[in-house]
Write a protein that binds this ligand. Structure first.
Ligand code: DSN
Length: 422
């Protein structure tokens, strides 16, 4: 029950009193995070500052519109938070304009379609089985149902983006929009090549940077911002902010994209999430964050080399980013088996299709691993080499004889570097 004296910020004691079931679940999830290795490439551990903004009274406020142009009274305080976040995003990414309101990466992408495309028009994007994303025109997504989606993939020899195929398809189909980025791309993307092709065919270039924008923020890899008409991303992956989406764009697209986010696609923004995004952007502008971003890549490379030594073949030969895709066919283990065996030993990773995968997605021939969360915990290359050997022991162990011993070693490793204080 809320009262005049109710705590205005996160109050776990109040939650335990009012709803012990949910309180218990929150503690169990904290313990799960502290009791294993989190190698899901799209996950991370947000800071206490970000969590404080998320658990704040800004959740109460309706603020449809944008700073200074709202459809509700009483927005003068949340206006400050959103304006601060917009300025921080523009500065951090060197962008003309930023919109912090998309509730998710999918919503940010949806807004870009809303701004630039009509149903039936053509888009060109990376195919999902080769590392793209559902919202890039997959048949099960509205983007594949409402638009004519054409897909490029990776070369069978290099397993990197087939830029020649992409260019040929662009000239053949004259897409309204070209998209690059995805969920399982270990290599750097040649944004200049995409820009050149977009210019040749008169297409809008959208970069879905959800996976790697946190590395861009830390200046650890090149930025797509100078090349793209619009860059969409999530805020909770390497970037280490709250769960949510964002976009930055060139000034000539600002009005259309703002209108597409609200009122075309969304109603009231989640102002607590907007404030938490602003906090994450401030954190991402620090030298400590830049060192973290570089370490994420160094760790991913060390982990990939270690897994290769265990007989797991890195797709494309390695990684330039925070994630790696490993082909397990050489060790005779499916992605689903590897996910289950590693999970039983407290190592959380996901099965993943590899390019030209003979297995269905529910089984998959590969796994995807990423290093944002373990790097946030303070782990380094030596830890990654140990983790690779633990994964090898767990995954190449069909009868589970190693599971308990590996789990004990995992617990010993994370005990020194807990994700969250108890
Ligand atoms: N589901 C996210 C990922 O894991 O990459 C992308 O949306």
């Amino acid at each position: 029950m809320t009262s005049a004296s109710a705590s205005w910020g996160p109050d776990f004691a109040a939650l335990e009193s009012v709803d012990p079931d949910i309180a218990r679940i929150l503690l169990a999830e904290r313990d799960r995070l502290n009791d294993g290795l989190q190698l899901i490439a799209s996950e991370n551990f947000t800071s206490p500052s970000v969590l404080a903004a998320l658990g704040s009274t800004l959740s109460n406020k309706y603020a449809e519109g944008y700073p200074g142009k709202r459809y509700y009274g009483g927005c003068e305080v949340v206006d400050e938070a959103e304006s601060l976040g917009i300025e921080r995003a523009k500065t951090l990414f060197g962008a003309d304009h930023a919109n912090l309101q998309p509730h998710s990466g999918a919503n940010a992408n949806l807004a870009v379609y809303g701004a630039f495309m009509k149903p039936g028009e053509t888009l060109l994007a990376m195919s999902l089985p080769h590392g793209g994303h559902l919202t890039h025109g997959a048949k099960v997504s509205f983007t594949g149902k409402w638009f004519n989606a054409v897909h490029y993939g990776v070369s069978a020899t290099t397993e990197d983006i087939d830029y020649d195929q992409m260019r040929d398809l662009a000239h053949e189909h004259r897409p309204k929009m070209i998209i690059c980025g995805g969920s399982a791309i270990p290599r750097l993307i040649d944004f200049a090549a995409f820009r050149a092709v977009a210019d040749e065919v008169g297409a809008i270039l959208m970069v879905d940077a959800a996976h790697f924008i946190g590395l861009v923020a830390g200046k650890a890899i090149p930025s797509p911002v100078p090349y793209a008409d619009v860059v969409t991303f999530t805020t909770h992956k390497v970037l280490r902010g709250p769960r949510g989406g964002m976009l930055v764009c060139k000034s000539e697209h600002a009005a259309a994209l703002d209108k597409a986010v609200f009122p075309m696609m969304q109603g009231g923004p989640l102002m607590h999430a907007v404030a938490a995004k602003a906090v994450a952007l401030k954190e991402a502008a620090t030298p400590e964050y830049a060192a973290y971003a570089r370490q994420v890549i160094a760790n991913a490379q060390a982990l990939t080399e270690g897994l290769a030594a265990e007989g797991m073949r890195p797709v494309s030969g390695g990684t330039d980013t925070h994630l790696a895709l490993l082909d397990l066919q050489g060790i005779g283990v499916t992605g689903a088996e590897a996910e289950a065996r590693a999970g039983a030993a407290r190592i959380v990773l996901n099965k993943n299709a590899i390019p030209y995968d003979p297995a269905p997605p529910s089984v998959a021939s590969g796994i995807r691993v990423g290093t944002p969360a373990t790097t946030t915990q303070g782990m380094d290359e030596a830890d990654m080499r140990l983790i690779a050997s633990l994964i090898g022991r767990a995954v190449k162990d069909p009868n589970g004889s190693q599971t308990a011993a590996v789990a004990d070693e995992v617990r010993a490793l994370v005990a020194n570097k807990p994700a969250y204080a108890s």
